[in-house]
Design a protein around this ligand. Structure first.
Ligand SMILES: O=C(O)CCC(=O)C(=O)O
Ligand SMILES: [Fe+2]
Length: 369
């Protein structure tokens, strides 16, 4: 009896028990499984982290058996319960929190407002970006956000603080392997300094079986480190040629969500800091596989970015980071401008825009192959 009760009360984040299972018979992406508790003390685990950052730029992190990890799992579980309450406000109400016209990617992005492919098709997701700085109380001009988010202020801030702390922990491992002086990278990511860090809730409803499309177009993340919680499949990565069997073309491959784990991936800022040594891998979201396609898919993301004023260029002081080529000059773009440019590029879809113009948007954003 006792065990039965225990099983039933296991949080969803550890079981995914209410959802149809990820199909057993489809190929899945070769992400390493790392353990947060091992990373705290074991150097081979840290080596594996660094290899993952170079080879694929994606890895699983097992958060169980670690105080901070378990606190993050608990917060993530509660945030998955909050997500439907936020989106239940409805698209018209949420549209009031779309700050695109003010030049910001924070707040709401409505369903079908970004181009996802070379044909000019529109996305099949809506999302809400919650700025770290508004919730930690350091924005000089915070945006208005729905009351339901303010009602869960302590949950959201706890999740932001723990995610940020995990990001700094990962960055410390990376800077160590890069042979950089301590704090070289972490000092560019101080929690209480202004940055584009955000929590994102994404919602993708089930798609008509006869008309399945990409829900979120292929992209690399723009910032430093992304912490992602998935319960349903749908996320896919395009593995690099180095991890693709000889003679085959890289294929879009599902990342299977694992209970008790988050998915960690690196963004473009880490590529710029290391002159291409670390990898920000391309990914997208499609309909969840098999029976899972009938479910509404929510995902929860923490995006970390370098502080607003940081110039995104090769870091000095490492004998591991490759040198620039002879005569090569890097563009001097700061984190704030870079992230904004990347985030807004595909969102310039206007009411009644023609197919041709939407295709052009995709090409101009540099995502056409
Ligand atoms: O929903 C997901 O699994 C991934 C979302 C994502 O890649 C993003 O929002 O940048
Ligand atoms: Fe992403």
């Amino acid at each position: 009896m006792a065990t039965e009760t225990q099983t039933r009360t296991q949080p969803e984040v550890l079981t995914f028990s209410t959802l149809p299972p990820f199909p057993a018979d489809i190929p899945t992406a070769p992400l390493h499984r790392l353990s947060l508790s091992k990373l705290r003390s074991e150097s081979p685990e840290s080596e594996r982290l660094f290899s993952s950052c170079k080879d694929l730029g994606f890895f699983y992190l097992d958060l169980r058996q670690d105080d901070e990890g378990e606190s993050l799992l608990k917060d993530a579980d509660n945030l998955f319960n909050l997500a439907p309450k936020l989106f239940d406000l409805g698209r018209d109400e949420l549209q009031k929190y779309d700050y695109k016209s003010q030049g910001s990617y924070m707040g709401y992005k409505r369903f079908g407002s970004a181009v996802v492919d070379e044909k000019g098709n529109l996305d099949r997701n809506e999302f809400y970006n919650i700025p770290k700085d508004d919730f930690l109380g350091i924005s000089s001009k915070p945006f208005a956000h729905p009351q339901v988010l303010h009602d869960h202020n302590s949950l959201i801030t706890s999740y932001m603080r723990t995610s940020h702390s995990l990001v700094v922990f990962i960055l410390r491992h990376i800077e160590n392997h890069l042979h950089l002086p301590a704090e070289t990278v972490t000092s560019l990511h101080r929690q209480m300094q202004i940055s584009g860090d955000q929590v994102r809730f994404v919602k993708s409803p089930p798609q008509p079986p006869s008309d399945m499309r990409t829900a979120l177009g292929k992209h690399t993340d723009f910032g430093s480190i992304t912490i992602l919680f998935n319960r349903l499949g749908g996320l896919q990565i395009l593995p690099p040629p180095s991890l693709t069997p000889a003679g085959q073309e890289p294929q879009w491959t599902y990342v299977k969500p694992l209970p008790g784990h988050c998915i960690v991936n690196l963004g473009d800022a880490m590529v710029k800091f290391t002159n291409g040594l670390l990898r920000s891998n391309i990914h997208r979201v499609v309909s969840p596989p098999g029976e899972q396609a009938k479910e509404t898919r929510y995902s929860l993301v923490y995006f970390s970015r370098p502080e607003d004023e940081v110039i995104l260029k090769r870091l000095e002081g490492s004998d591991v980071i490759p040198e620039l080529r002879d005569g090569e000059k890097e563009e001097e773009v700061n984190s704030k401008e870079w992230i904004k440019l990347q985030a807004m590029r595909l969102r310039n879809v206007k009411e009644g825009m023609s197919d041709e113009d939407r295709k052009k948007l995709w090409q101009e954003a540099g995502r056409g192959t």
